[in-house]
Ligand binder design. Sequence first.
Ligand code: NI
Length: 158
Amino acid sequence: MALRNILKEGDERLRKKSREVTDFNERLWTLLDDMYETMIQDGVGLAAPQVGVLRRAVVIDIGEGKLELVNPKITRSEGDQLGSEGCLSIPGEYGLVHRPQKLTIQAQDRFGKPFEMEAEGFLAVACCHELDHLDGVLFIDKAERMLSPEELEQMEEG
Ligand code: NI
């Protein structure tokens, strides 16, 4: 496994629509392993375009274990939540974003096997955020407003 360079906002590759994964081979597995290693110190999710690979694959770990979603699609969403979000491609910036409270997602695993999952609460936020990356959308596009460092600190203290 190896750490990959995370593209920062302003890089046009972050604004492209990623293509479906068609080859479930060692190259994909290495990509997913590298993405996880790159993300896990500081983040809860990473999408392939953030490391310059314009393919529909994301890794997520909100502290409940590793999740790999290849060619993910949201098939159902309900409710609404407003929460703070940041992004490894936009370091130091946080904003308030509306997301669905609950999602159903269909995706494939690293071997191409289809599965369905439900995500609720913060996991739903993480999934929406990462799936947006696959369409070139960043949280700052959707943020109701950005948060100051003081506001963020207050929110984290709860
Ligand atoms: Ni992000």
